[in-house]
Each structure stands twice: as C-alpha cells, then as structure tokens.
Design a protein around this ligand. Structure first.
Ligand SMILES: Cc1cc2nc3c(=O)[nH]c(=O)nc-3n(C[C@H](O)[C@H](O)[C@H](O)COP(=O)(O)O)c2cc1C
Length: 324
C-alpha cells in the first residue's frame, strides 16, 4: 500500500503471522525502498514482497490538466499552498528494478502494467516469484510471463491496477475471478473487499490460491496510514466509497468526502500529473486535520476494518481453515 500505510513494521507483522507482507515501492525513490527492505529484514526473517508501479503511459491532455489546476486554485488558496509542479513520470522505475535485481526480495509484484519479458526473466532467473496485478481477462492474457496473477476486483481500495488509465468500471471480484481462471493456468491471488475469513473461503472456492487484503489492515497500529485516515475509516458519517480520478488522475476507490464529491467529474485522465498537482493540497489538508480535502482510500468492505494488531487481523482472515 503506497502512500505510507505499508510500513516495515506492518509488513513484518503480517509475514510473522503467516501472511505475506508487501512493501510498497510506489512514490518512493529506489534508496527509500532499499531502506525499507533493510528495516523489514531486521524485523523478520520471513519472506515478504515488494510492489512496484510501472511507469505511466498516459498520453496527457495538458490543456485539461491546466484547467484542473485552475479549478483547484481556490482550494489551494484556502489551504495556503500552490498546486504542485509536474514530477518524474517513471516513479524511479529503472533504479528500483536495478536495485531489486541486485538484492531481491522473495516476491516482486507489479501494478499498472506488466514489465517486459527481459525484466520478468531477470527476476525469475534469481528465484524471485513475479506477480502481476490484472483487472480483466485481457490483462491476464497479456501477463502470461508472470508466475502468479493478482486479480483485483472493483471493490478494491485505492488505485485500480489496470494496465491503462481506463474509464471502465471495475468488475466485482467474485465475477472477475472465474473469468480470469478461464483464460490462464497461472495461480491467482484474489483482491478487493476481502475482510473476513468467509470472504477468503469464497475466493478460494472460486479458484484463487490466496487472498490479498489492503483496507483490512489500514487501521492496525503497525499501519502508517495517517491518523486522520484511520479516524475517517471508523467515522460513521462516511457512508460510501466511490471511484475517482480527483486526487491522482487515475481511478481509485476512497470514502466519499467533500473533495471527491466536488472534483471527480472534472478530473482528467492524467496520471501522475494530477497526483503531483494535488500533492501539496493533500499534505496541507492532512496537516490542518481536514478529512474533506484528503484521499481517504478505502475498499468496499471498509466498515470491517479494525484497529487490532496486524497479527490478529491475519489470524481472523485465516480462521476459515479451522472450519471442518
Ligand atoms: C491505502 C491503499 C494503498 C494501496 N496501494 C497499492 C499499491 O501501492 N500497489 C498495489 O498494487 N496496490 C495497492 N493497493 C491495492 C491493494 O493491492 C489491493 O488491491 C486492495 O487493497 C484490495 O482491496 P481492499 O482494500 O478492499 O482489501 C492499495 C490499497 C490501499 C487501501
């Protein structure tokens, strides 16, 4: 979980509890990711994974981005900041891949696309398990070089991991999983709105070998999600989640708050351009404890997230194995 939630402490706690924790490389430099790996290795000797974003392939309408910037000016002025400038479009991809190949984790996973065969082959040659996130059967076919596919349903919190910045609505995991099963023989990890042992049992029955949960861990003490985010997830005044490009320029699911409601319809398909534009606004709103101005990422089962330690959350999700 990029953006701060996946701390080394959370990753280590999940792996120690018998799960497979994932460090997020997204939005970080290669050096920051290496520091996180070192810290995680100091906390656990168990395997864990590292997740990378593919570089953006968006062909961006700069006029639309400029118009969105104009639209955000009053919001920025209220917070006492300026919209941010454009930044790196590759998310430090080449440096991260080189660094991970030099000293790899047990598993690497990729989101927003499938790396080329050479990169996949280099990881596999080092004994690293390669996972690619897919959101449609077509993407599953394109990711045939991967060892394992992570099938992400439309219920998932935060960014939709689709290969392109698509308008298509996400397909629910229980519908999508059998569709992907039908086009590939790769092992499948299911993701999206999975928050109970019953949910895990369901996706295993539908052909997955594992379940992946994000939102279920956001409120855990080991999670690095902001206090404001953790409080919002427990706040009964939030009553729904929705997909929006308002914060980053790519569809992502979050609690419906003021910013999402006011700006979703105007946000262009421009990633990471919009991410950089809104970055100072999101930081300032967090500092000013204004949950209405922040991306409150949440999957459809957010109400089931608890503030219990990560090990307990893993144990609850795994409880289905004790049912005869
Ligand atoms: C706060 C947050 C950040 C996320 N960041 C990433 C990420 O960096 N890379 C990724 O592949 N998926 C990311 N995801 C999506 C998860 O991998 C997964 O698909 C999703 O959490 C599953 O749905 P759930 O949140 O309902 O459990 C993130 C999810 C959340 C909630």
């Amino acid at each position: 979980m990029a953006g701060g939630a996946s701390t080394p402490e959370l990753v280590a706690a999940v792996s120690e509890a018998g799960g497979l924790g994932f460090l997020a490389a997204g939005y970080k430099t290669a050096a920051q990711v290496r520091a996180d790996i070192d810290r995680t290795r100091a906390l656990t000797g168990r395997p864990f994974g590292v997740n990378l974003f593919l570089p953006s392939t968006d062909v961006v309408d700069q006029v639309a981005v400029a118009a969105y910037r104009e639209r955000l000016l009053p919001e920025a002025a209220r917070l006492g900041v300026e919209p941010g400038d454009a930044g790196d479009r590759t998310d430090d991809w080449h440096a991260k891949v080189a660094d991970l190949l030099a000293d790899p984790p047990a598993v690497v996973s990729f989101t927003f696309g499938c790396p080329d065969d050479e990169v996949v082959g280099e990881f596999r040659a080092r004994g690293v398990v390669v996972v690619v996130t897919v959101t449609t059967p077509e993407e599953a076919r394109l990711a045939s070089a991967a060892d394992v596919l992570c099938v992400q349903g439309g219920e998932a919190g935060a960014h939709r991991g689709s290969f392109t910045n698509t308008d298509a609505r996400g397909v629910p995991i229980r519908t999508l999983l059998p569709q992907v099963r039908a086009v590939t023989d790769r092992p499948l990890i299911a993701a999206g709105g999975l928050a109970t042992a019953g949910h895990v049992a369901e996706v295993l029955a539908l052909g997955a070998v594992a379940a992946q949960a994000g939102t279920a861990f956001l409120r855990a003490p080991e999670s690095g999600a902001s206090d404001l985010h953790k409080r919002a997830l427990a706040d009964p005044r939030y009553t729904e989640t929705a997909m929006t490009r308002a914060f980053s320029g790519r569809p992502a699911r979050g609690l419906v708050n003021r910013f999402l409601a006011e700006h979703s319809a105007s946000a262009p398909a421009a990633y990471p351009d919009v991410h950089y534009l809104t970055s100072p606004l999101r930081k300032a709103a967090t500092a000013q404890d204004d949950p209405g101005g922040v991306n409150l990422w949440a999957g459809a089962s957010w109400r089931l997230a608890t503030d219990r330690p990560a090990a307990e959350i893993v144990a609850r999700l795994e409880d289905y194995v004790q049912v005869p």
